[in-house]
Design a protein around this ligand. Structure first.
Ligand code: 13P
Ligand code: SF4
Length: 303
């Protein structure tokens, strides 16, 4: 099938199933282009909660599709490739979290949404990279705070906003691929460009950036900035919406190695198969879903 035929088939199935296709900014360009809505983790969870569609096809990774199911339990949530997992989310099991919490019995636990539904069910509140400072600032000041699973995001919030959260040592292997050499090379090649990075990057990279923010915050910053050249330190898929929205500006990826292979598992063909065969359906035991809902819902209420 050529691209037009593939797109036509997706449109036909989307109508037939009364489905909405949601895609994260790290998805392949052609997947972003067929989606009804493209966004960051926070935008996508809000869209999932508000949709009137019967079916949500989630083009992202497993924890994102699970978050959609947590918020929209009556919908059928499909992930086109069941292997699209997030390695960071897999760096914290429920057992490990319980052991961590047991060491700090008075603590409040905040989980970055990049974790499983079962982990969300054990925490007090969730956050995304777009709202983490606001969520942490909303918590009581007289209790310790545990932050899981992303050490880099937690460290960034601690240092920028003066918190002293206790951090779980998880990390994003994709965002940790940016090296000092990449910054040196790209700054030398593009001396007028602003360096924009995601808070999942290492402390060394963050400290050299002109702007640090979530995917949507990077897009907004670059779109509204008077500058015309940007070096982008997050997953490579974001270059697509950046270039689309800002055709007269130049964007350079900080390193070609920073590609999330899990995000790239979704293809147009797999979206077709997903809608044809209603695969792969996300299911979460109801008691876990309800407890995870409380943590995600608290976050949504704050922001
Ligand atoms: P945001 O889209 O919330 O910035 O998250 C980035 C990410 O790592 C998603 O996997
Ligand atoms: Fe997980 Fe990092 Fe990939 Fe996001 S980019 S899905 S955090 S591995």
């Amino acid at each position: 099938m050529n691209l037009n035929a593939i797109t036509a088939r997706i449109d036909q199935l989307r109508k037939q199933r009364n489905a909405v296709i949601l895609a994260h900014y790290y998805q392949r360009p052609e997947v972003q282009d067929v989606a009804d809505f493209v966004g960051d983790s926070l935008d996508l969870s809000r869209k999932a909660a508000a949709t009137t569609a019967d079916v949500i096809v989630f083009c992202g990774v497993h924890f994102m599709a699970e978050t959609a199911k947590i918020l929209a339990p009556s919908k059928t949530v499909l992930i086109p490739d069941e292997n699209a997992a997030c390695p960071m989310a897999n760096m914290l099991t429920v057992r490990e979290l319980r052991q961590f919490k047991a060491q700090y019995p008075d603590a409040i636990t905040v989980a970055y949404v990049n974790c499983s539904a079962a982990v969300k069910a054990e925490v007090d509140i969730c956050c995304t990279s777009a709202n983490a400072p606001k969520v942490v600032a909303s918590l009581p000041k007289n209790r310790p705070i545990l932050f899981v699973p992303d050490q880099s995001l937690g460290d960034f919030i601690n240092r920028k906003f003066g918190f002293s959260m206790i951090l779980w040592p998880g990390f994003c292997p994709t965002h940790h691929r940016f090296l000092q050499r990449d910054i040196n090379d790209m700054r030398a090649a593009h001396p007028h460009a602003l360096l924009c990075v995601h808070p999942e990057c290492t402390r060394d990279v963050i400290d050299q950036a002109d702007f640090v923010g979530s995917t949507s915050q990077i897009i907004n910053f670059c779109s509204s900035s008077p500058a015309s050249e940007f070096i982008i330190g997050t997953e490579q898929g974001i270059l697509h919406p950046l270039k689309k929205r800002n055709p007269s500006k130049n964007f350079y990826h900080l390193s070609p190695l920073a590609t999330c292979s899990n995000m790239k598992l979704t293809t147009l063909e797999k979206i077709i198969w997903s809608l044809e065969d209603m695969i792969y359906e996300i299911s979460i035991p109801e008691d876990i879903r309800q407890r995870a809902f409380n943590a995600v819902h608290r976050m949504i209420q704050i922001v």
